[in-house]
Every structure is written in structure tokens, then in C-alpha cells.
Design a protein around this ligand. Sequence first.
Ligand SMILES: Cc1cc2nc3c(=O)[nH]c(=O)nc-3n(C[C@H](O)[C@H](O)[C@H](O)COP(=O)(O)O)c2cc1C
Ligand code: SF4
Ligand code: SF4
Length: 282
Amino acid sequence: MANIAHETENQLPVTKSIYYFSGTGNSYYVAKTIADSIGAVLKPIVSLKKGDVIEADILCFIFPVYDFKPPKKVTEIVENLSKISANYTIAIGTYGVALSSTLNYFKKSLNQKGVILSRGYGIKLPHNAVGSIGFTDEENYTRILRADKKICDIVGNIQARTVGDIEKTSIFENMTILKQFPHIIKLLFILLFKGPKSLEFTVTGDCISCYQCKKICPVNNIEWVNGKPDFGKDCTGCFACLQWCPKSAIRIGKYGFKGICMKHYHHPKVKAVDLIMDSSRE
Ligand SMILES: Cc1cc2nc3c(=O)[nH]c(=O)nc-3n(C[C@H](O)[C@H](O)[C@H](O)COP(=O)(O)O)c2cc1C
Ligand code: SF4
Ligand code: SF4
């Protein structure tokens, strides 16, 4: 049951800050919509550095669910901050299959910093990774519409500062995982018989050297070698490079999107430029 949070006497700045991590725009869309509605400052989580301090009145973290957990990069960044102070803190995980206990993992990272999570929400949006081929365009459209309704409810809760559940689901939520299952099995077979190297990113001759992948990579993992992108070792697996490439020139090993059971996807209301942090990266 949700309660109204008591006003605190903390002398924290009156800022409302939203930090997001996003590969294909789902989490960015949620973050931007909430920021516009409550008048918050929107920043990428990856802009935070080791030892940084966050002080805010209202604080939100918004990120995708990876392997039923928060992205490792997000956890690492948050755990390496030297201080987080906020009167009201929420976390939102966007996901394509099941939220599972993602937000409880994140809650533990915040607890280490002495922060209490006031509420945690999951928002189901189109799946952007292996197995996304199993979901129809109609299903994805319905999810986007339903998400808008939930975002509206969350905005109301933030404004009223309600304190309540940290949402959690089974990994079998609505049995969505069954649609993904055969594709995951295929991936595991590739990994088992061909090894992880067979799934490293490669670039085809269709590349027009536009730099978009390099500019959009949230962790600056792409170098430029002989006029083409070259992938480093710090990949978070966000699929931004793959999904935003205007020529579909990035492949996983020798597999095209279909071969890896993936669909082209990015949030329809988000543009690549919205996610580019450093347009001078060339
Ligand atoms: C590497 C990777 C792992 C993922 N793992 C999960 C998962 O365990 N459960 C789930 O429901 N969705 C999973 N997804 C789907 C994303 O969480 C979902 O599509 C999310 O909304 C994408 O957010 P973004 O557009 O902000 O990047 C995964 C996506 C990627 C790229
Ligand atoms: S986004 Fe695609 S076309 Fe542009 S440089 Fe990267 S791989 Fe090449
Ligand atoms: S290399 Fe591609 S998948 Fe990896 S972190 Fe960068 S944009 Fe994301």
C-alpha cells in the first residue's frame, strides 16, 4: 500500500534529477517524459564519474533490465559515487520479458550508499535483444501505449511523493519468456559449438563510415581503425550501435538480425541524436 512520504528537514538542493541509461531509447523516453512533466534535470548515468556526489530533492534512476538485473555499468557507477543524498528516490527498470528482482538488486546498491529507495517500478516496453523476433509489431505498439499510461501514474506518484512497493515479477511474467525461449536456446547452441568469438561484433562492406555508432556508444567502446569502427573490450551489450546503424552494417559474428533472432528496434519517439552524448567523437 502506498503512503505519502513525510516532509524532511534535510537542507538538500531543490533540484529534481533524473539519471538514465539507454541503448535503444526505451529508458530515455521514460526518463525524458518524466523529466518534462516534473521539471527535472535529465542526465546520462554514464556522465557520473568515480567519487562524484549527487545531492537532490527528488532523484530518479531509469535503466533497462539486462539478464534480470540492472546493467553492470549502472551498478558499478552508482556504487562508485562518493555520496548520494536525496529526500525522495525512485528507480525504474524498462524491460521486454520480465522485471524479475532487478529493482531489489538496485535497492541493495543504493542501500550501500545509505539511500532508501522510496519506490521502484517496472515498465514493459518492446524487447530490443535476442528473441525480439518473437514479438509482433502490434504487440510492441500495445506495450508502448500501456507504458504511457504507467508513466502518467508514476508522475502523479512522484508529485505526491508516495512511498510503497519495489515492484518485482517472476521471470515467467505473463509467460512472455516462452516466446523468447527457442531463440535463447539457439544462441546457447552457437555459444557452445562455435564459441564466444563467433558472436563478436563485425562490420560489413555496407558501412558508410558515418561515425554514428562511435558517437552513440554510451561507454565510448568504439575506436576508429582504417576508416571503420573497431570494437573494444568494455561493451555493455546495449545494442545501440547495432540498432541505430543507418545501414545495418554491424553484425554479431557472421549473423544478420534474423540469424541472431533479433528485430530492428528503437523507441519510435526517440532519435539517435537524443542519445548521443558526445557528437565530437570522430
Ligand atoms: C543485453 C540485454 C539483456 C537483456 N535482458 C533482459 C532481461 O533479462 N529481461 C527483460 O525483460 N528484458 C531484457 N532485455 C530487454 C531490455 O531490457 C528492454 O528492451 C529495454 O526496455 C531496453 O531499454 P533501452 O531501449 O533503454 O535500451 C535485455 C536487453 C539487452 C540488450
Ligand atoms: S553507424 Fe553503421 S554505417 Fe555508420 S560508421 Fe557505424 S557501422 Fe558504419
Ligand atoms: S559497442 Fe555497441 S553494444 Fe557495446 S556498449 Fe557500445 S553501443 Fe553498446
